[in-house]
Design a protein around this ligand. Structure first.
Ligand code: ARG
Length: 234
């Protein structure tokens, strides 16, 4: 048997929560995990000579799973925040994003976050920056409830059927839901914050972090990053 490629390539477990298009989703035909993060991490793995096993997980379970050593990498549109950097290490960031407020199309009452009122329920996805902001609004007495969802798919349905008055979520993902259900939801007001997504590894796993960063740099240099970006965003 040839001592050829792959023989001793390490396999890493990489996890994501898949209701976050176009970064993290499930391909309708194959039922496999798909999206910008999947193509990126697969290309990084190929470039760096390691293998990946993909795992589907609740967003709030990702950091605990990494800390416990049950997974090796988080690839899930995760903001590389200072707070999270206390628990995990992040790669070079790969996408600049921010939160927006979405409403049901045709709602003329809410034109920005300032129009949310004490009688309104506002949604966010569990463990995310959007849920944090919804919770802050609730704790400040500005809304009646912060409704926290496991999946953004159900949150968007609840926005469409009026269960929640607004949803706080990342701009590119809210846009993707708008495109997949034209005319049902709208974005109002300004982008509320600045976030940058990074891939996370267990604190101190410098060896794996170096591979991810080197792979990402190579994809930027050889045009693959642009190709993957164009596939999911243009
Ligand atoms: N960017 C937001 C955060 O870091 C939301 C990420 C949600 N990702 C997902 N795959 N559901 O909290």
């Amino acid at each position: 048997e040839p001592a050829a490629e792959g023989g001793d390539a390490p396999t890493y477990k990489v996890a994501m929560e898949p209701t976050f298009p176009p970064f993290d989703t499930i391909d309708e035909e194959t039922q496999e995990l798909a999206g910008f993060d999947v193509d990126m991490m697969n290309a990084i793995a190929e470039d760096q000579g390691f293998k990946l096993e993909w795992v589907n997980m609740g967003f709030d379970g990702l950091i605990p799973a990494l800390e416990a050593g049950n997974i090796d990498i988080i690839a899930s549109g995760m903001n590389a925040s200072e707070e999270r950097r206390e628990k995990v290490d992040f790669s070079t960031t790969y996408y600049d994003s921010g939160l927006v407020v979405a409403i049901k199309a045709g709602n003329t009452e809410i034109k920005s976050i300032d129009d949310l009122t004490k009688d309104m329920k506002v949604g966010g996805q569990i463990g995310t920056t959007g849920a944090d902001l919804a919770t802050e609004l609730f704790e400040a007495g500005k809304i009646s409830e912060a409704k926290i969802y496991n999946g953004l798919d159900v949150a968007v349905m609840d926005l469409q059927n009026g269960t929640i008055a607004a949803l706080i979520n990342d701009l590119p993902v809210t846009k993707a839901y708008m495109d997949s259900k034209p005319g049902t939801i709208e974005i109002v007001g300004d982008v509320l914050n600045a976030e940058s997504y990074g891939y996370a590894v267990k604190k101190g796993n410098q060896e794996l972090l170096d591979k991810i960063n080197a792979g990402m740099q190579n994809l930027k240099d050889n045009g693959k990053f642009d190709e993957i970006y164009a596939k999911w965003f243009e």
